[in-house]
Ligand binder design. Structure first.
Ligand code: AMP
Length: 255
């Protein structure tokens, strides 16, 4: 079973600290996961995070957490960001970058990190590069999950998420043991608001124009690894592990 960490420092920022600090590893992984919405990145991030001992850092989870918070707890920028998410639009770079910079302790974590949903624009990728350089950190690889559009839509419409621990299931491909109930914390699963058809269309457009160019950005830096996202989550996970560069080695393509 996948061990879920509370990731408090990432989800709420500020002075929040994770309840169980990550154990330092000899070889920590610092990875970015890329891929269109619905390609299965979140599921792979969970599986990979458990395997490599790093935290799954999703910027989308920060906004979903903010959505559940009381209005008085949110800054005006975060309130506007939640509205952007509801419409399926990208949150402005300045807001996202401020949130990530505020969570620098998560990027410096001894356990490494797995970024999911960030960076999402070339401007964010450039800012991340500078932030990591400033702190003497380097990415190991960028895994880019690839899948045809019709399969993406099928995945999104069947996706169910846990509001508490953020675990992701699919009604057919990765059903929970009890229908509608989270395997990890027994909360009732829900369908994300932005997985509705009208939001899916907006998100796919945002992906094509803003996020797809990131593949070139990381290819030029010899960090990009394309991973076919067909098959079961376990198939894709095994493919991801084979594709990861071994310690101190340059990235290589999947088999
Ligand atoms: P995700 O869970 O990664 O699909 O993100 C859900 C939503 O949060 C997106 O559709 C955006 O509205 C917003 N979001 C998450 N990460 C970012 C980001 N790096 N840049 C801009 N918007 C983001």
């Amino acid at each position: 079973m996948v061990t879920m960490r509370d990731r408090k420092a990432w989800l709420t920022g500020g002075s929040a600290r994770c309840s169980a600090p990550v154990e330092p590893r000899t070889h920590r992984r610092r990875l970015v996961l890329l891929g269109a919405p619905g390609v299965g990145k979140g599921t792979q991030a969970e599986l990979l995070a458990d395997h490599v001992g790093a935290c799954h850092l999703s910027t989308g989870d920060i906004f979903r957490c903010a959505k559940g918070a009381a209005a008085c707890e949110l800054t005006p920028a975060l309130t506007a960001a939640v509205e952007c998410m509801r419409r399926g639009e990208l949150v402005p770079d300045s807001t996202v970058l401020a949130l990530v910079a505020e969570r620098i302790s998560c990027l410096r974590c001894e356990g490494g990190f797995l970024l999911d949903g960030f960076p999402r624009t070339v401007a964010q990728a450039e800012a991340l590069e500078k932030l990591l350089q400033k702190h003497g950190l380097q990415l190991d690889a960028v895994l880019s999950y690839e899948l045809p559009l019709d399969q993406i839509v099928a995945r999104l419409s069947g996706r169910r998420t846990c509001p508490n621990c953020k675990a992701v299931f699919h009604v057919e491909a990765r059903p929970p043991k009890v229908p509608g109930i989270c395997d990890h914390c027994s909360c009732t699963l829900y369908q994300r608001e932005d997985d509705r058809p009208e939001s899916i269309r907006v998100r796919m457009q945002a992906y094509e124009t803003s996020t797809a160019p990131l593949a070139d950005f990381y290819r030029q830096r010899n960090l990009l690894i394309a991973v076919p996202a067909e098959g079961t989550p376990v198939d894709i996970f095994q493919r991801s592990l084979r594709a990861l560069p071994s310690e101190g080695r340059a990235p290589r393509g999947p088999k």
